[in-house]
Ligand binder design. Structure first.
Ligand SMILES: [Zn+2]
Length: 321
């Protein structure tokens, strides 16, 4: 099988191409995905090696094309080393070589994948990949519907909101993601460790800390004022005051810290029909008012302006995304 290249695991003192130049001749620890046995280009990131087809790679990325052509040697494998993480490179290559499989049909992407595609798509100037990442993130942090956090992204967590904030800073992700990301972090402060928060650029952390109290106050006023009314004032047409009063108290106790609106979503199910018809519209209208002024509370432009800014970013030439 002399024509069949050995797998990187078996290769011992692999004669790397003369082009490596970084003195690192150690064998990669792992075979990455994608790995095409008949591919003529190996890409190494960290301790992982990928094997792909040079033609398609050159067609997609001018930057990688230039790199490959510097090392071109028709008879041999071309080895390329990237300074990105193996996870990022895997996501990026999957989107180039198997775009229909990642994410699987009709499913959202993981944030890590979207982020990697956005960053590496920009870095290596592969517009389709960068846009896939950008649009997935923008869907998850959209301005339009305050109940839809996470659409476009699988398993959205508060940690993802932290990463999105950092991306705005480091990679010019449009600022429209910020209000929702800030909100998500503040509403889940109890889950955030010092280490988590220290990943935030200082000006964003300062903005979060400055806004935490005003936001909580606004949330209580706009959305939960009715929870504080005197028990004697409780909805007179209520058909089961005991359970409705408990639900009200739980919404107040669990929802109040920085506006965790899930508390309402959970406990309003305990309301009798009459209470639901009285309190639900009040709560929803409060949410809409608060949502409308959310960007301003964080010192950002209005939603409309943020939307225009995001639209501009999605339209500019890919190498400037
Ligand atoms: Zn009731």
């Amino acid at each position: 099988m002399s024509t069949n290249p050995k797998s990187p695991k078996k290769r011992k003192t692999a004669p790397r191409d003369e082009d490596d130049g970084d003195g690192d001749e150690r064998v990669a620890d792992r075979q990455g995905n994608p790995w095409y046995e008949d591919g003529k280009v190996t890409i190494r990131a960290g301790e992982v090696e990928f094997r792909v087809y040079g033609g398609l790679l050159k067609d997609r990325s001018e930057i990688l094309k230039a790199e490959l052509e510097k090392k071109s040697d028709r008879s041999r494998m071309i080895n390329l080393r990237l300074d990105d993480s193996a996870e990022d490179v895997s996501a990026f290559l999957k989107m180039i070589f198997r775009p229909h499989d990642y994410p699987p049909d009709g499913q959202d992407a993981y944030f890590e994948m979207a982020s990697a595609c956005f960053r590496l798509g920009r870095k290596y100037q592969v517009p389709a990949v960068a846009r896939f990442g950008l649009f997935s993130i923008l869907r998850a942090f959209s301005a339009s519907d305050y109940r839809t956090f996470g659409r476009g992204i699988l398993n959205p967590t508060p940690r993802i909101a932290l990463e999105a904030i950092a991306l705005v800073d480091s990679h010019y992700l449009p600022r429209i993601v910020l209000p929702r990301a800030y909100w998500t972090v503040l509403a889940n402060m109890d889950e955030m460790s010092q280490d988590n928060l220290s990943t935030l650029p200082p000006q964003h952390l300062a903005r979060l800390l400055l806004t935490a109290v005003p936001l909580r106050t606004a949330y209580l006023q706009e959305c939960l004022g009715w929870c504080d009314e005197d028990p004697a004032q409780h909805n007179r047409s209520c058909s089961k005051p005991d359970s409705c009063m408990v639900a009200k108290r739980r919404i107040r106790e669990e929802g109040a810290p920085a506006g965790r609106h899930e508390a309402y979503e959970i406990y309003h199910l305990k309301f009798c029909d009459q209470c639901e018809s009285v309190y639900h519209p009040v709560f929803s209208a409060g949410w809409e008012r608060l949502w409308a002024k959310l960007p301003r509370m964080f010192g950002l432009p209005e939603w409309k302006e943020l939307e225009q800014e995001a639209e501009t970013v999605t339209k500019v030439p890919y190498n400037k995304i």
